[in-house]
Design a binder for this molecule. Structure first.
Ligand code: ADP
Ligand code: ASP
Ligand code: MG
Length: 411
C-alpha cells in the first residue's frame, strides 16, 4: 500500500457538503488500496473572520493569543472531516499540531517547523485509521500554539510528507493545477503539466498564492513529489518537479503578482558612503523586511533613495523614516502604498536574452509606467501603479503567448 498526504484548502472544506465530498474522495482513495494522511485548512473565510474579530478588540493583538485564536479554525475542520469519514464506515482520527507534535520555534504567526514526531501518525495508520491533521499550526517545546503564516497549511502537508516519506503530496484546491498566471485575472491562462521547484518557489514567493512558499522550499529540499489538483473534479493537476525531468524548458513559465507592496523614497539625501546603511539600518532592526532597493545617480551631492516593504509594515516604516530624514539632513520623505509588483518567471531565461525587453515593450504598449525593476537569473519583477496591475498581467501574459503553450528555448 502506498502512502499519500492529501491537503484540502479552505474552499474545499467550505461547507458541510464540501466536507462530505472530501470524505468521499478520501474513502474512494482508501478503497483503491492507498493509505492517506489528510491535512485540512479552516473553512474558507474563517481565518479572515477570526482576524477581524481580534482587530475589533485590540489594535495590536498579542501574537501569542492571535495564534491560539487563528489555530481554532483548523480545529473545527479536523473534527468535522473525521466525523464525515466515520459516517462512510472508515475509522478516522483528528490531530491538532500539538497532538502530532509538529514542533516549531516560537516566532508567532510565522513559526518555522523544527521537527515532527511521526509515532502518533504511524500508530493511527497501523490501526487502520485515517489521520486528519490540522494545517497551519504547530507547538513550541514549551507547549505554546504557533501558526505558520497565511496559506501555511500547504507547509504542514509537505512537511508531513517529507517526514513520512510518502509516494506523493497532493494539494487539493479550487483550481485544477498551477496556471501560467492567476486564472482569476487572465481567463485564458493555461494549466501547466509540470513546473520546476525553482520556478514554483519564485512564483509562490512573488505572490502566486496557490502554494505557500515554505511548502515549495520543503518539497525541493526533501525531494517530495508535489502535485496541485482540484478537489472539485478529477484530473492530472500540475506536478512540481526537478529541472532534469523536463525536456523543454519554457523561457517564461508564469507570471505572478502581489498587491502587498508599498514604496518609500528619501529625497535629496547626501550622496555619501554609509547612507544606505543609515536609512535601512533602523528599518532592519525593527524587523521590517525590505524587498526592492534603488538609489538614483546623485547630482549636486544629493541623491534619492527608494525601497519597498510589505504594506502591513508601511506605516511603521514611514514613522521610522522621519527621524532618519532629520538626522541625515535629507529634504523629504515621499511614499506610495498604491503600488503592485508583477513578475515573470522561467528557468529558460538563463539561456535566453531579450525577455526583459519583451516585458517592458508589453507595458509600454499599454502606457504603463515602470517605477522599479529588479531581476535575478530566472525572474524579472517590476513595480507599477496598483490600478494598472490587472492590465499589466494580461498584457505580459499575451506578449509571451502563454495562453498558447510555452515558447521553448529548444525550438
Ligand atoms: P486553498 O484555500 O485551497 O489553499 P488558495 O486560495 O490559497 O486555495 O489558492 C488557490 C488560488 O490561488 C486560486 O483560486 C487562484 O485564484 C490563486 N492563484 C494565484 N496564482 C495562481 C496560479 N498561477 N495558478 C493557479 N492558481 C493561482
Ligand atoms: N487557514 C489559514 C489561512 O487562511 C491557513 C491555510 O488556509 O492554509 O491562511
Ligand atoms: Mg492556500
Amino acid at each position: 500500500m502506498a502512502l499519500y498526504v492529501h491537503k484540502y484548502g479552505g474552499t474545499s472544506v467550505g461547507s458541510a457538503e464540501r466536507i462530505k465530498a472530501v470524505a468521499e474522495r478520501v474513502a474512494r482513495f482508501r478503497r483503491e488500496g492507498h493509505e492517506v494522511v489528510v491535512v485540512v485548512s479552516a473553512m474558507s473565510g474563517e481565518t479572515n473572520r477570526l482576524t477581524s474579530l481580534a482587530q475589533e478588540l485590540a489594535d495590536k493583538p498579542r501574537p501569542k493569543e492571535l495564534d491560539v485564536l487563528l489555530a481554532s479554525g483548523e480545529q473545527v475542520t479536523i473534527a468535522l472531516l473525521s466525523m464525515a469519514i466515520h459516517e462512510l464506515g472508515l475509522d478516522a482520527r483528528s490531530f491538532l499540531g500539538s497532538q502530532v507534535r509538529i514542533v516549531t520555534d516560537s516566532q508567532h504567526s510565522k513559526a518555522r517547523i523544527e521537527h515532527i514526531e511521526e509515532s502518533a501518525l504511524r500508530s493511527a495508520l497501523a490501526a487502520g485509521q485515517v489521520p486528519v491533521v490540522a494545517g497551519f499550526q504547530g507547538v513550541t517545546e514549551d507547549g505554546e500554539v504557533t501558526t505558520f503564516g497565511r496559506g501555511g497549511s500547504d507547509t504542514t502537508a509537505v512537511a508531513l510528507a517529507a517526514t513520512l516519506g510518502v509516494e506523493e503530496c497532493q494539494i487539493y484546491t479550487d483550481v485544477d493545477g498551477v496556471y501560467t498566471t492567476d486564472p482569476r485575472i487572465v481567463q485564458d491562462a493555461r494549466r501547466l503539466e509540470t513546473v520546476t521547484f525553482e520556478e514554483m518557489l519564485e512564483l509562490a514567493s512573488l505572490g502566486s498564492k496557490v502554494l505557500h512558499p515554505r511548502s515549495v522550499e520543503f518539497a525541493g529540499k526533501y525531494n517530495v513529489a508535489l502535485r496541485v489538483l482540484s478537489s472539485f473534479e478529477d484530473g492530472p493537476g500540475t506536478l512540481i518537479t526537478t529541472e532534469e525531468t523536463v525536456m523543454e524548458q519554457p523561457i517564461v513559465s508564469g507570471i505572478a503578482h502581489t498587491r502587498d507592496e508599498a514604496k518609500l523614497t528619501v529625497q535629496g539625501v547626501p550622496d555619501i558612503p554609509g547612507i544606505a546603511s543609515k536609512i535601512l539600518g533602523p528599518i532592519g532592526r525593527a524587523n521590517i523586511e525590505v524587498d526592492m532597493i534603488v538609489q538614483n545617480i546623485g547630482a549636486d551631492g544629493l541623491t534619492d533613495f527608494t525601497f519597498t516593504v510589505s504594506r502591513s509594515d508601511f506605516a511603521q516604516a514611514l514613522a521610522l523614516l522621519e527621524p532618519i530624514r532629520e538626522a541625515t539632513g535629507a529634504r523629504e520623505v515621499v511614499s506610495d502604498d498604491a503600488i503592485a509588483k508583477v513578475s515573470v518567471v522561467g528557468v529558460g531565461m538563463r539561456s535566453h536574452a531579450g525577455v526583459a525587453t519583451q516585458m517592458f515593450d508589453a507595458l509600454a504598449a499599454e502606457n504603463i509606467n515602470i517605477q522599479i525593476i529588479s531581476t535575478s537569473e530566472i525572474k524579472i519583477s517590476v513595480v507599477v501603479a496598483e490600478r494598472y496591475l490587472e492590465l499589466a498581467v494580461r498584457a505580459i501574459h499575451s506578449a509571451f503567448g502563454l495562453e498558447n503553450g510555452p515558447a521553448s528555448s529548444l525550438s
